[in-house]
Design a protein. Structure first.
Length: 156
């Protein structure tokens, strides 16, 4: 997301903003089901061209789904900070738990209160904060768990 040009959140939804600025989200046809400051839910439709050798979504597509859900909640929680800081993913970890088949859905939640992150930014820091993501298949089983650590890098 380092080269993103953000549009104002009032001009378009967060999902539309991500689809407009992150080509990979468009490539995978990701669907933005819920985007708030507390939770982001993004779905990867079942698409044969993104399958693995056993007929489910490829691990790379699942990773992209989870990372996109994490970016969605970051924009939901910190969209009002974009004039002074750019959100960047710092590192990520994923655990593939069960075989994913069909459409999978990622739910992302902030691991640190947004007010604490903004307070650190206000104090001149470069805050880091984790986002937790669960990926589930249609029957509700968790197929992957992921954490993406983000930062808000002050401009200038």
């Amino acid at each position: 997301m380092s080269n993103m040009r953000f549009m104002s959140a009032d001009q378009m939804s967060i999902g539309e903003m991500l689809a407009a600025t992150v080509p990979m989200a468009r490539t995978l046809n990701l669907e933005f089901l819920e985007t708030t400051a507390e939770k982001a839910v993004v779905a990867l439709p079942d698409q044969g061209e993104y399958h693995n050798h056993v007929g489910g979504p490829h691990a790379g597509a699942i990773f992209t789904l989870g990372e996109t859900a994490s970016g969605t909640i970051v924009l939901g929680a910190f969209g009002d900070q974009l004039a002074r800081a750019v959100p960047l993913a710092v590192r990520a970890e994923i655990a593939y738990r069960k075989l994913a088949m069909g459409t999978v859905t990622a739910t992302a939640t902030l691991g640190r209160p947004a007010v604490d992150v903004v307070a650190e930014l206000d104090a001149g820091g470069r805050p880091e904060f984790p986002v937790s993501i669960e990926v589930r298949r249609g029957d509700g089983a968790v197929t992957a768990e992921m954490t993406v650590v983000w930062t808000l890098r002050p401009n200038g």
